[in-house]
Design a protein around this ligand. Sequence first.
Ligand SMILES: Cc1cc2nc3c(=O)[nH]c(=O)nc-3n(C[C@H](O)[C@H](O)[C@H](O)COP(=O)(O)O)c2cc1C
Length: 310
Amino acid sequence: MEIDLKVDVGKIELKNPLLLASGCAGYGLEFDDFFDVSKVGGVCLKGLSINESKGNNPPRIWETPSGMMNAIGLQNIGIKNFLKEKAPHLRKIDTVFVANFYGHKVEEYVEAAKMLDDEECIKALEMNISCPNISAGGIQFGVDPLLVHKVVSEVRKETKKPLCVKLTPSGNIKETAKSAFEAGADALVAINTIPAMAIDTEKMDFRIFNKVGGLSGPAIHPIAVKMVFDVVSEVPIPIIGCGGVEKGSDGIEFLLLGARAFQVGTALFYNPKAPLDIINELKEYLKRKGFNSIKEIIGKIKTKEKEKCL
Ligand SMILES: Cc1cc2nc3c(=O)[nH]c(=O)nc-3n(C[C@H](O)[C@H](O)[C@H](O)COP(=O)(O)O)c2cc1C
């Protein structure tokens, strides 16, 4: 019997629970040489802003044990160019495209969401709230529950599309998750990269021009698992796990805790075919465990019991 991998993340229907993470899969067309992108449940596109952005100066990437740090600086082609040059190609591909977007002011988030709202190839929006708010002295939107509430509720009013909010691991994730839910988010993604730093002792300088980078990859997976655990027990909306998934069992961890889907990011850089391997591993796991459908394992582990001290 064919194993059923279909899941839904609220109103978003996916053929399987694997999405490519934003910033790691370009605009959905870059993986053509490696695999047919319609095989994955969805693709979160590179974070878009109203205007084109050139990002940060190099060096922007540093490899770490079991991970990498990046400070790309949200380089992107801008929403107008995306709609003109990329969207017509994406309309022909049978998977769910999710537009990741950001701003540096509440008004920029709202404007970006409005610009994306009528594009038919975009089935959902993913708000990256790990950005500094220049109207509030540069504090990240995502660490302050009040700012999260403000920016999510303003965007919510202006879009008909399902709205996913991508949480930052900085700050109190239970509080920010609650704020995003109360402000009208349809789903939450946990987590974005973790702020990190590396020093070149020979040059006596920072490894990354921006000094701080975001750590991603297998190194952050157990942290992401803990944060998904925290969030699923806090809010009643669907959660998408993200952080360090490189094999089937990593994604299954998120699903067992109650996440409806998961994303694969950094693994694509060292194994571009990882999504196909992971999808096969999901099927093999379900067969071995005697399940016919992936939905049967979602939330199999109860998360309500209180934790004891470490
Ligand atoms: C090079 C790079 C660029 C990224 N760009 C974005 C982005 O534009 N928007 C966003 O929300 N997350 C971005 N991320 C974060 C990833 O989508 C993901 O949340 C994070 O890397 C953790 O998942 P992973 O360990 O599977 O990579 C980026 C990550 C990397 C490594």
